[in-house]
Design a protein around this ligand. Structure first.
Ligand code: SAM
Length: 265
């Protein structure tokens, strides 16, 4: 079977080992889920090289790609090409509604700091639980006014998100997927965790490319949703026993509250 790099070299995308060599990293995350029925969004089509590579590499995936230029003629079976800008959140919302929610989002678009930040802040919350968001060519973030308003705002955002991964010091077990009411921040009387603190599993930063993962659904989510949605197997499934222990802790908490209340009266 051809590797991702073989395929990328064949289509001449600059993701291959002939150029940026991102394929080496992509393979680490994508090989285990290659045959799954995924929905993938790529920002930036250009000549359609990467879209063709993704189509061949993921035989069961639906690829949606957006570009500010009308490249609709590159559309084919399992490949949707939509025209619009990555900094237009109404457009992104419509794409997500029509073709999402996505398991994987890859930003290989304008490489302007402000656009990267805008797309990430809007699309990451819409990504499927357990999904991956990747941004390429981070070196362009330092290129000043030629690539945005001049400030490396996307890099600043990544630095801030590191606090989210560490739950701003509010987590004791550091596994918010299992227990979003981690006892640590109650004990320390810290402010509740914000959305990013609860939803970021990791930020893997390599040379010029970042992989950001959203927590996979917990047993609690699956139980509430009443079904097991299709999500990436990059992360682990949470065993049911954790959900049981979560419920036990909840019941104990209510019991303690009732006891406290009864003592008072
Ligand atoms: C680096 S190329 C994409 C290369 C392609 N992914 C590949 O690997 O073969 C960048 C593309 O982003 C598009 N682009 C530029 N600004 C954009 C924006 N604001 N929104 C969406 N696409 C944009 C450009 O038209 C160009 O086709």
């Amino acid at each position: 079977m051809k590797t991702l790099d073989d395929i990328a070299l064949g289509y001449k995308t600059d993701k291959s080992s002939m150029w940026h060599n991102y394929t080496k990293l992509y393979a680490l995350y994508f090989d285990p889920i290659r045959n799954e029925k995924l929905k993938i969004l790529e920002i930036g089509v250009d000549k359609g090289y990467s879209v063709k590579a993704w189509k061949e590499y993921f035989p069961n995936a639906e690829i949606t790609a957006i570009d500010i230029i009308d490249l609709k003629h590159l559309e084919e079976e399992r490949v949707n090409i939509i025209t619009g800008s990555q900094n237009d959140v109404n457009f992104l919302g419509q794409v997500n509604k029509d073709y999402g929610p996505f398991d994987i989002i890859i930003d290989d678009g304008s490489h302007h700091n402000d656009d990267m930040k805008c797309s990430f802040e809007y699309l990451f919350p819409l990504l499927k639980k357990g999904g991956l968001y990747i941004v390429e060519d981070l070196h362009a973030c330092y290129w000043g006014k030629s690539h945005g308003t001049g400030e490396p705002v996307f890099i600043d955002l990544l630095k801030k998100l590191i606090d989210g991964v560490n739950s701003g010091g509010k987590s004791g077990t550091a596994n918010i997927a299992l227990d979003d009411e981690d006892g640590w921040y109650h004990q320390k009387k810290l402010a509740p965790m914000d959305w990013w603190e609860k939803n970021l599993e990791f930020i893997h930063l390599y040379r010029s490319i970042v992989f950001i993962k959203k927590y996979p659904p917990s047993e609690k989510d699956l139980y509430i949703e009443g079904h097991f949605p299709n999500y990436l197997t990059v992360g682990k499934t949470v065993p049911l026993k954790y959900y049981e222990s979560y419920l036990k802790r909840k019941v104990k908490k209510i019991y303690r509250k009732i006891k406290y209340f009864l003592k008072k009266i």
